[in-house]
Write a protein that binds this ligand. Structure first.
Ligand code: RB5
Length: 156
């Protein structure tokens, strides 16, 4: 399994903690920055991870900012991304099972490191259930296609 991980300054310390966990667990990863705690802009870190995950260069992305919200909003602008904000393990497995989420987002200012690791672990090992959930994901993909093709007004 290969993971693309990034944060802004607000998520820098939690990212470092998660990277230690990935190393210990023998999980391959690439750190897309930020590389220090200087103030920076979360879209700059969401974009390369989101594009690499959509290109299937990585199995999953992990994005962290202060809240997990801004970096997730930015990532979800890239067609094919299903970034899910999870601060509990129920959300982490539910979003994999039902939404086939491909990026996990968290907020360093919200979740402690111990819980964050449990969330990462749950997210990475839970499989998508497919079936009726696949039909719903396909509809999301269809929405994205309409937007990309500039067919905003398209209705059924
Ligand atoms: C940075 O101060 C903070 O706004 C950012 O990390 C994030 O929480 C935005 O959603």
């Amino acid at each position: 399994m290969k993971i693309a991980i990034a944060s802004d300054h607000g998520g820098f310390r939690l990212k470092a903690y998660i990277i230690e966990y990935l190393k210990k667990s023998g999980i391959e990863y690439k750190d897309f920055g930020a590389y220090d705690e200087s103030s920076c802009d979360y879209p700059d870190y969401a974009e390369p991870v989101a594009k690499a995950v959509v290109a299937k260069e990585y199995d999953f992305g992990i994005l962290i900012c202060g809240t997990g919200i801004g970096i997730g909003i930015a990532a979800n602008k890239i067609p094919g991304v299903r970034a899910a904000l999870c601060h509990d393990t129920f959300s982490a497995h539910a979003t994999r099972e039902h939404n086939d989420a491909n990026i996990l987002t968290m907020g360093e200012r919200i979740v402690g490191p111990g819980l964050a690791i449990d969330i990462v672990d749950t997210f990475l090992r839970t499989k998508f259930e497919g079936d009726r959930h696949k039909r719903r994901i396909d509809k999301i993909t269809e929405l994205e296609k309409n937007i990309v093709n500039n067919e905003w007004g398209k209705t059924k």
